[in-house]
Design a protein around this ligand. Sequence first.
Ligand SMILES: [Zn+2]
Length: 93
Amino acid sequence: MEDLGKISKAVFQERTEILGRLILGLIGRKFGHLLNQEDCECPHCGKGMQRQGNLCRHIETLAGEFELSRPYFYCRECRFGYYPLDEALGLSE
Ligand SMILES: [Zn+2]
């Protein structure tokens, strides 16, 4: 990149991804424990649930877009799937 104009243009064109990475970094700082959570309690019956793996979700915000990989939990008693991070971020429908 030769000059500031070109650098600015490149940053502007990539802004959605750049801001998305920034948002993801802030989520990691504030909710790191929920990104690496291995077990939690079922919000319905209170039974312990083990992490079933991680699932990805594409997130679009006003500022940026990113892929959010977060732990998934499932309660067999309640037949209830649960993402504690989505809950904390206000993403659950
Ligand atoms: Zn349950």
